[in-house]
Ligand binder design. Structure first.
Ligand code: AP5
Length: 228
């Protein structure tokens, strides 16, 4: 799939819905950056930067990092040349103020209206996905002990890196992340629906089916708006 210029994709959905898995694939296929605020924050935490020291306790409690901190990080990254042709946002925006500010930033950069996809999935599926998730400590590839295991237990298929579990995938923290999602992020679906920008996929389906559903959405938008 090829994408021309200036299109932002926003993958919305609860923790564990598969946004990271699909947005990485999707960004690779469209040759645009995968823009995950969660990955950026985890990187800052692991490097012990000022941002990381601020974000760490908030993330460990399953709460959201303040909007002004997120927007500064996002705007700095968006200003880099590789983002000029389009981006796939994963886990951003997550609050109404973030969505409103993103709208202004995209407009000022000459981007078209974003394509927003809501990942719909039930709670029992989310718990299985989060408790079974392992990620590569080197490249960040995502696996699942139940549904997408690596070839060799504990080892990344791509680079042999050690697989690790995220500290915020503990059941007590997952509960808080779901509360934050319901209170602060779920209203974004209505926000984008009102603007006629929202599509949805059944994210409980298998990975290939979800990828196909995303492609179908893109093809439909291409047909409507011309080539993306
Ligand atoms: P973030 O890293 O964004 O986490 P999240 O949104 O909670 O989402 P996850 O990464 O947990 O899930 P996912 O939907 O990406 O699922 P995945 O593809 O991995 O945020 C972490 C924290 O950072 C937040 O709590 C907050 O503190 C902070 N933060 C980040 N952004 C912020 C922002 N904008 N504002 C404020 N604070 C922010 O899949 C999960 C598992 O399921 C994997 O094991 C995978 O292999 C498996 N799987 C995926 N798809 C399928 C499928 N179709 N079938 C079977 N298994 C599947």
């Amino acid at each position: 799939m090829e994408m021309a210029t200036n299109r932002a994709f926003i993958f919305l959905g609860p923790p564990g819905a598969g946004k990271g898995t699909q947005s990485k694939r999707f960004a690779r296929r469209c040759a645009v950056p995968h823009f995950s605020t969660g990955d950026m924050l985890r990187d800052a935490v692991s490097r012990g930067t000022e941002l990381g020291r601020l974000a760490r306790p908030i993330m460990e409690r399953g709460e959201l990092v303040p909007d002004d901190v997120i927007m500064k990080m996002v705007e700095e990254r968006l200003a880099e040349p590789d983002c000029a042709g389009g981006v796939v946002f994963d886990g951003f925006p997550r609050t109404l103020p973030q969505a409103e500010q993103l709208g202004r930033v995209l407009e000022s950069k000459g981007f078209g209206k974003p394509v927003v996809v809501d990942f719909e999935v039930s709670l029992d599926v989310l718990m299985r996905r989060l408790t079974g998730r392992w990620s590569c400590s080197v490249c960040g590839a995502i696996y699942n002990a139940y549904d997408a295991p690596p070839k060799v237990r504990g080892t990344c298929d791509h680079d042999g890196g050690k697989l690790v579990q995220r500290p915020d995938d503990r059941p007590d923290v997952v509960k808080e992340r779901l509360v934050a999602y319901e209170r602060q992020t779920m209203p974004l679906a209505d926000y984008y629906r009102r603007q006629g920008l929202l599509d949805a996929v059944d994210a409980s389906a298998g990975m290939e089916d979800v990828s196909r559903a995303l492609e179908a959405i893109i093809k439909r938008i291409e047909g409507r708006d011309g080539r993306l």
